[in-house]
Design a protein. Structure first.
Length: 192
């Protein structure tokens, strides 16, 4: 029986590439406190820090067969989290610009019949795309965005793990974003 805690980082990465789940959880356990501290100091938001770390490790697991760790594992993981944080801030900045531009557009066009027609067309298109989502994903998305339930409430209502709710929400947003583009998604989120 192998004592995973005594393995080197390189040995753990090698086993991870082979699909060894215990190596993966050992890597996570070995670095989670360091990564959480690093992310929390930069974000000042515990839940967001945990989410970024969870998403990063999910991606590492999904790409385990091809994961490339040049140098030491700690530096690699810190860089991955740093890039996630930068992406978060970049996305936040871009989203805010879209929202600001969209709100300015809405104000300028408030009384326009043309605006109302486009708004209705947009809502119709959004509803069609939501209806086209896979059933579980659609239900989770509608509970979140239309009934304003949080992940825990959705988890309890549907009797599914909270991580499953999170995954379905993330995938639904990605599908809708791919199909409708950023401006449409922001329009949808603003009006719900």
């Amino acid at each position: 029986m192998v004592d995973y805690t005594s393995l080197t980082d390189a040995q753990l990465v090698s086993r991870l590439r082979e699909g060894d789940g215990t190596a993966f959880t050992t890597i996570f356990a070995r670095f989670r406190n360091l990564l959480f501290s690093f992310a929390y100091r930069r974000l000042n938001d515990k839940e967001l820090a945990k989410d970024l770390i969870h998403d990063a490790f999910s991606d590492i697991w999904e790409k385990r067969a091809t994961v490339n760790v040049p140098g030491n594992l700690e530096s690699f993981l810190v860089t991955v989290i740093k890039n996630r944080i930068l992406d978060h801030y970049k996305h936040q900045k871009v989203s805010q610009r879209y929202i600001d531009n969209f709100n300015a557009y809405i104000k300028a066009q408030e009384d326009s019949t043309d605006h109302l027609v486009r708004h209705n067309d947009l809502n119709s298109l959004i509803e069609q795309e939501i209806a086209a989502l896979p059933e579980k994903m659609r239900v989770v998305f509608e509970l979140s965005r239309k009934q304003h339930l949080n992940r825990k409430e959705i988890s309890e209502e549907l009797h599914v793990p909270e991580e499953s709710v999170k995954t379905n929400l993330r995938r639904a947003m990605k599908i809708l974003k791919d199909r409708l583009g950023h401006l449409f998604i922001l329009s949808f989120l603003i009006h719900l």
